[in-house]
Design a protein around this ligand. Structure first.
Ligand SMILES: [Zn+2]
Length: 242
């Protein structure tokens, strides 16, 4: 199910029950209301949203009930009734879904989160629950790509050198997506299960908001991830007749 205002990314995941959504610039509502409207439009229960208040931290939490979660940049859940949500504009929306079980998460990975270890924190939280890292499909959604992500001398040392290219004196382009994939693989996720859409939010100005392009007034895209309750209600229908 797609619309002109958002894309359904579910077909990138092998878990048949998972539904992954990402909104475009044309979906103009944001914040809590935007997440609720997008949930309704894409067939999720708007009352099941988990809403992290993102702070470019490396805080990752497993959450079993809906509502707001303060100072958190990544949410995982094992409750198939819950819907993880995030907002981004250039930062990477990273979707995690176990291939068969109800374990899923959505992580907001900006360059600061990446260099500060937010992916390592995600792996740590998963392992704390005694879940293996081997069976996850991981999707990196639309985000600023190497073509447009440039940094200066002051911060370039924080990035893995293999993903840095000097463009001109004192200016460097960084491939954040490749660096994220490298990190995920190093942490123990399977490289063949990781996909980056490689869509640049900065270049595609008609399709996406971009913080680097538009500054503080930039809008945000919304990512949602949860179980497709339509498939549940289908399975549960015979029981309700009992
Ligand atoms: Zn670009």
């Amino acid at each position: 199910m797609n619309s002109s205002q958002w894309v359904d990314l579910s077909n990138h995941f092998s878990n048949q029950n998972i539904k992954a959504i990402f909104s475009f610039k044309s979906f103009s509502t944001e914040g809590d209301l935007g997440r609720k409207s997008l949930a309704i439009a894409s067939g999720f229960n708007p009352n099941s949203l988990i809403i992290p208040k993102q702070t470019h931290s490396t805080n990752i939490k497993f959450i079993s009930g809906s509502g707001t979660v303060l100072d958190t940049d990544g949410i995982f859940s094992t409750n198939p009734e819950m819907v993880c949500s995030i907002q981004v504009a250039d930062c990477m929306p990273v979707y995690f879904s176990h291939k068969s079980e109800s374990i899923f998460g959505l992580v907001h990975v900006g360059w600061r989160g990446l260099v500060n270890g937010i992916l390592a924190q995600s792996a740590k939280r998963i392992k704390e629950k005694d879940f293996s890292l081997l069976d996850y499909d991981i999707l990196i959604g639309p985000s600023i790509q190497k073509c447009c992500f440039e940094v200066s001398d002051d911060v370039v040392d924080q990035f893995e050198s293999g993903f840095v290219e000097e463009k001109e004196a004192g200016k460097y382009q960084i491939n954040l997506q490749e660096m994220a994939i490298f990190e995920l693989k190093k942490l123990g996720f399977m490289k063949q299960n990781i996909l980056s859409l490689n869509e640049c939010t900065y270049c595609n100005y008609e399709k996406y908001h971009s913080y680097r392009r538009n500054g503080k007034k930039a809008g945000r895209m919304i990512g949602l991830l949860g179980y497709n309750l339509n498939s549940f209600s289908y399975i549960l229908t015979p029981l309700s007749k009992f």
